[in-house]
Write a protein that binds this ligand. Structure first.
Ligand SMILES: Nc1ncnc2c1ncn2[C@@H]1O[C@H](COP(=O)(O)OP(=O)(O)OP(=O)(O)O)[C@@H](O)[C@H]1O
Length: 308
């Protein structure tokens, strides 16, 4: 795969001198879904709007499809669709009119069949002639996506696409994003919902305080940084972990009814077999055992805490 968006040594300081981005380097591969995670104020929106040419970088270069966003803005911008955080639609306009007009803004020839195809993809075809003000919040978000796709961009930026959207609709949006990927669009989304990144992203980037802490394949990240835990339920609760088991650094939980053992998923040995043997030797009887993998959320919280 080759990079469709390439960000090199990007730095952004706002007028007051605040450094929103500190030397960001990022390559976005054609056809991937990249989720950018970060706490409030981390610099996600600044990064997106700088790539889209809305915010001027203080230093560094960005290319989209090989076009420099500063020296060749029009060519770079025509490859980008941007779905902003805020709903900024004309309430009296129709769905079709809104999307078709946006295509015209990019100097593309009118193409009703293409607009209808996008509306179909976003389940908006039956709302084609409805006025925007008649739509629900979720439908308006879909119109924002349709509008961003109207000029056939190759890269789509979604800034918090599901903020304030209910769980069911959020899952619908994930399907929409998966369909768009299948149609060949590269997708970058920012989100506060880590489960969203876990569900749909190919790669995950974590930003904090204007710096990219990591960008990594999601599955690899979860395998590498994730810990597993084994929860052992005891027949009789214990007040203390027996000294003979000190080496396992077990944690008591549920009033001593459970013991928790954490182990590294990348280690050669988990130590579980010897632990179970030693538990028996120590005279502890188990009634149940369960394993649990740490989630992307655990990993994210750990990373951001480290740089706090
Ligand atoms: N126009 C501006 N002038 C000065 N500071 C700004 C401006 N826009 C953003 N900032 C600051 O830059 C930092 C990064 O903001 P940004 O909106 O990029 O963060 P974010 O990660 O998108 O946050 P959120 O998740 O809250 O949307 C914040 O501290 C913000 O206050």
């Amino acid at each position: 795969m080759s990079a469709i968006v390439s960000v090199k040594n990007l730095h952004k300081a706002y007028a007051g001198g605040f450094e929103a981005l500190k030397t960001v380097n990022l390559d976005i591969e054609e056809g991937e879904i990249l989720a950018l995670l970060g706490p409030n104020g981390a610099g996600k929106t600044t990064l997106i709007s700088t790539i889209c040419g809305i915010t001027v970088p203080s230093a560094g270069t960005i290319t989209v499809g090989g076009h420099d966003t500063q020296t060749n803005f029009r060519a770079a911008r025509s490859l980008i669709g941007l779905v902003p955080q805020e709903i900024n639609l004309e309430p009296f306009e129709t769905v079709f009119g809104t999307v078709s007009f946006s295509r015209g803004l990019f100097g593309k020839k009118r193409d009703d069949a293409y607009i209808e195809k996008i509306l179909g993809q976003l389940s908006l075809l039956d709302k084609r002639d409805n006025k925007i003000m008649m739509l629900s919040g979720g439908m308006k978000r879909r119109v924002l996506i349709a509008k961003a796709l109207a000029h056939e961009p190759r890269v789509l930026f979604l800034d918090e696409p599901t903020a304030g959207v209910d769980v069911e609709l959020r899952k619908d949006m994930w399907e929409v994003v998966a369909d768009l990927k299948a149609s060949g669009v590269t997708i970058i989304l920012t989100t506060h919902y880590i489960e969203e990144a876990e569900a749909i992203a190919d790669r995950v980037g974590v930003i904090n305080k204007g710096e990219i802490l990591l960008v990594q394949d999601k599955a690899e990240l979860m395998a590498q940084m994730g810990q597993k835990q084994l929860r052992i339920e005891l027949a009789t609760p214990v007040d203390n972990v027996p000294d003979a088991l000190a080496a396992y650094a077990l944690e008591r939980a549920a009033d001593g009814r459970n013991l928790i053992y954490r182990y590294d998923t990348t280690g050669e040995r988990t130590g579980i077999t010897t632990l179970l043997g030693d538990l028996q030797k120590a005279g502890l009887q188990m009634t149940d055992i369960q394993t649990q993998q740490s989630s992307l959320e655990d990993i994210f919280v750990g990373l951001v805490k480290e740089t706090a």
